[in-house]
Design a protein around this ligand. Structure first.
Ligand SMILES: [Zn+2]
Length: 471
């Protein structure tokens, strides 16, 4: 209701009377510029990420490392000077990977590099042996007749394309998310997909979550490395049947795991109950050490908050940094946050999640109300010197903040260059050595400047446009 009053249209008159537009002072801009320049020289994010990936490593949700990661995050927030550090409970089921192997039995016996998809059921201990039936993409699988793949192992061979904005991911990832249930409807015993990744010179499979239909039989699902998807496709091209044996020890535990979002705050000096939210997700897949997905996002936003906390005077609003639990297996942390804070949606001025790697930010997308759009120019004064261009007003904000976005919270996205993100995403190669310290510092500079400016805004940034669909 409050939102409806923000813009008053004088029907029948020529003038349009707007509520007072939100504003920033020149002094705020100057402070943000200084923060930005300081952040470019600051090593906090890099040392934080080094600590997380070295002392904790992979953080598969619900694993002992997940719990250790949470303790690490609490200690790190305190070490970095956040004045309020706490956790909020998040519950989710625990999936375990177990053993995994994929072997061509005939006509050309050899092993294929494979990784179970997150949430997959396992095979019987002796494995599933069947001939392979190839579909060129998810659409072809979907279009097949019922029972077209009866008794087969389905193989979806579609290759994802690389793009700066990650545009190739959506069309490709549907095979991972929905492929198992669609293949089951066609009678398949199991599904193998080509990895959802853009690497061409590594034999590392890409894991990632799947979703089973409630009503369809659950079949085992795994990803072949891009190299081995090519290999299998070459065998199939020769015309005869290709028989494969797949063994997966994956399972979901019967009891619920109690994890937590870990939160650190720099308490606001003027409006402590009003919040600017930034964050990343603390969990990762288990194959690498979760450096770019999403240790980087946690490190970037922790470092940005820490720099703001070192200012002589705290910002007007509270800067809240959230290390979300279990994003990978179903955005459990983001959903729990929204369930706990839905009533305070209008206390959140704006939110942004960093979850697209560690390469440089190149675009600033917003989801502001019309009244706040002119203020984007003020943010751009500070962000443009970092090589960041202005994007559209359709930002989703990131997976973990999207549930709050649905409750009317404005969001932004500081878009990272994703050209190489999917080369190592969800693989054993997601490790600290891939992170460029200068690019990481550029991220911190953008987040620190953005979060500080947002915390100083006199006025509101909403209501945002309707959330984007299909992401
Ligand atoms: Zn992620």
């Amino acid at each position: 209701m409050k939102h409806l009053l923000a813009v008053l249209l004088c029907v029948g008159a020529t003038s349009v009377v707007l509520a007072k537009a939100p504003s920033l002072s020149d002094a705020d801009i100057k402070t943000a510029e200084a923060l930005r320049d300081q952040a470019l020289q600051d090593k906090t994010a890099y040392t934080t990420l080094e600590s997380l990936t070295t002392e904790i490593g992979q953080r598969l949700a619900g694993s002992p490392s997940d719990a250790r990661g949470r303790e690490w995050a609490v200690a790190q927030f305190k070490k970095l000077g956040f004045d309020k550090v706490y956790t909020e409970e998040v519950q989710f089921p625990v999936w375990e990977r177990g053993i995994e192997s994929c072997e061509v039995i005939s006509p050309f016996p050899q092993n294929l590099a494979v990784a179970a998809l997150g949430g997959s059921v396992g095979t019987p201990p002796e494995g599933i042996q069947a001939s392979v039936m190839e579909f060129v993409d998810f659409a072809a699988l979907s279009a097949a007749a019922d029972n077209a793949a009866a008794g087969k192992i389905v193989f979806v061979s579609h290759r994802m394309t690389a793009a700066k904005d990650g545009a190739g991911y959506g069309p490709a990832v549907i095979a991972r998310v929905q492929g198992a249930s669609v293949a089951a409807k066609k009678g398949a015993l199991a599904i193998l997909i080509r990895s959802i990744g853009t690497d061409y010179q590594s034999r590392s499979p890409h894991t990632g979550v799947l979703q089973y239909d409630q009503t369809t039989v659950r079949i085992p699902a795994a990803a072949l490395s891009n190299s081995d998807a090519d290999l299998l496709a070459r065998m199939l091209k020769r015309g005869g049947p290709v028989n494969v044996q797949l063994k997966l020890g994956a399972q979901t535990q019967s009891q619920t795991f109690v994890g937590a979002n870990v939160i650190g705050e720099i308490t606001g000096s003027k409006w402590p109950d009003k919040v600017v939210l930034i964050g990343g997700h603390l969990d990762s897949w288990d194959l690498g050490t979760g450096a770019i997905d999403d240790g980087a996002g946690v490190a970037i936003t922790m470092a940005a908050g820490a720099l703001i906390g070192q200012l002589p005077k705290a910002p007007k609003r509270t800067v809240r940094v959230v290390a979300f639990a279990n994003e990978e297996q179903g955005v459990y942390g983001g959903k729990a946050y929204a369930a706990a804070h839905q009533k305070q949606a209008n206390q959140h001025l704006v939110a942004a999640e960093s979850d697209f790697g560690a390469d440089k930010i190149w675009r600033f997308d917003t989801a502001f109300g019309p009244n706040a759009l002119p203020l984007v120019d003020s943010f751009m004064r500070v962000l443009a010197p970092l090589g960041i261009e202005r994007g559209a007003n359709d930002a989703g904000g990131g997976a973990d903040v999207s549930p709050m976005r649905a409750f009317g919270m404005p969001t932004v996205e500081l878009q990272q260059d994703g050209t190489h993100y999917f080369d190592i995403h969800h693989t054993e190669n997601d490790t600290f050595d891939k992170v460029d310290p200068a690019a990481l510092a550029q991220n911190v500079a953008a987040y620190a400047a953005f979060a500080f400016l947002a915390a100083q805004v006199d006025g509101e940034l909403g209501p945002p446009p309707a959330p984007p669909t299909g992401r």
